[in-house]
Design a protein around this ligand. Structure first.
Ligand code: CP3
Length: 333
């Protein structure tokens, strides 16, 4: 069994497994080489052989404990026939959401459309490099996907009031998203995903009073569903203020924390396995500082079941040698 599974299942505190969000990606020259030749990002995600190869790239370099499948949370709207494009230096741009069209989507058509993701998971899971390691599948949380599907781009400047205007429509869209996320989770598990991480990257945009409707209810439903399939769930509600309440309501197997939350408070208040926390910017400083900051998290969580990770995705400017050093620090601890 992988160390990550031991931490999750047996609540082991003497193991320090590590994986990194966005570990397969732009900070690696071997990824950039493939990416240059594959300008359409969605197409690249849907190329099973290349997706599996990219997923395994970081494992060839570093002693990581998991492979996270190279795909994207926006594969879901793509599978529902909403247009999704990734524009250089801009990010994702989606087409208009056609409600009639997405409400007619079926499980078979969706599965067919994104089937290469599942094939990639299968290739990764059967590769020697993932022996004794965990293969992690993932989805975006319903709220974060709703944001992209209605806002049609990253809400870097926040959401306009008009976003919430049509409550009836939003409720219907959320139901569809939830239904297809369950299908996507089930398919990933059937193809070999051993852990599911739910990314709620924009949870921090909501007022407390709106968390029930947009975050707690739909995400709990996904967590419960995944647990019934016998697979542990890691939740990452980035930017949320009350992680304790989130854990009490959602009941994930692991909570992944962002870099703005005070890790001491988390260690004091939360008893379930914890993942992540360190600011990805630290990897852009120097080795001495990296050691100090990584040790800070390791010390704070030394009596906790803890999976080392960052408090958000690794930045494209990161040097692979800093990543290598980080893995060494964690493994030598
Ligand atoms: O973690 C991994 O290595 C697995 C692959 C993965 C990607 N996206 C590949 C990717 C995962 C887990 C994601 C999740 C994802 N995608 C999230 C949640 C995590 C987070 O960052 O908050 C979100 C919000 C997205 C949507 C998305 N995809 C955005 C906003 C962007 C553009 C900005 C950015 O961060 O790069 C992407 C593109 C994307 N997804 C890239 C990669 C490797 C970069 C593509 C490129 O080469 O240009």
């Amino acid at each position: 069994m992988s160390d990550i599974k031991k931490v999750i299942r047996d609540k082991k505190t003497d193991l320090n497994p590590i994986w990194i969000m966005r570990q397969a990606g732009r900070y690696l020259p071997e990824f950039r080489k493939i990416r240059e030749k594959n300008t359409n990002f969605i197409k690249l995600c849907l190329n099973s052989n290349l997706s599996a190869e990219i997923t395994l790239q970081p494992l060839k370099r570093f002693d990581l404990d998991a492979a996270i499948i190279f795909s994207d949370i926006l594969i879901l709207p793509y599978g529902l026939n909403q247009k999704v494009e990734f524009v250089k230096n801009v990010g994702p741009i989606l087409g208009d959401l056609n409600f009639d069209q997405i409400s007619k989507s079926t499980e078979n058509v969706f599965t067919e459309k994104v089937n290469s993701v599942y094939k990639a998971i299968n290739l990764v899971q059967n590769n020697k490099l993932t022996e004794n390691k965990s293969t992690i599948g993932f989805v975006g949380a319903p709220w974060t996907l709703l944001v992209y599907m209605l806002n049609k781009k990253s809400p870097k400047q926040g959401l306009e009031k008009s976003f919430f205007e049509n409550d009836v429509l939003i409720t219907e869209i959320l139901k569809i998203i939830e239904k297809f996320l369950k299908i996507h989770i089930k398919n990933q598990i059937n193809s070999g995903a051993e852990i599911i991480q739910i990314f709620d990257s924009w949870a921090g945009l909501l007022d407390n009073k709106d968390l029930g409707k947009y975050v707690y209810n739909p995400t709990s439903s996904l967590v419960e569903f995944t647990k019934t399939l016998g697979v542990p769930v890691i939740c990452f509600p980035r930017g949320i203020k009350d992680y304790k309440k989130y854990c009490e309501i959602i009941q994930p197997d692991v909570i992944c924390i962002d870099y703005e939350i005070d890790p001491n408070q988390i260690a004091k208040n939360i008893k379930i396995p914890i993942q992540g926390g360190m600011n990805p910017q630290i990897l852009l400083t120097d080795k001495e500082n990296l050691k100090k900051e990584a040790k800070k998290y390791l010390d704070i969580f030394k009596d906790h079941p803890y999976i080392f990770n960052l408090g958000h995705g690794v930045l494209p400017e990161t040097s692979p040698s800093m990543m290598e050093y980080l893995v060494k620090i964690v493994k030598d601890y």
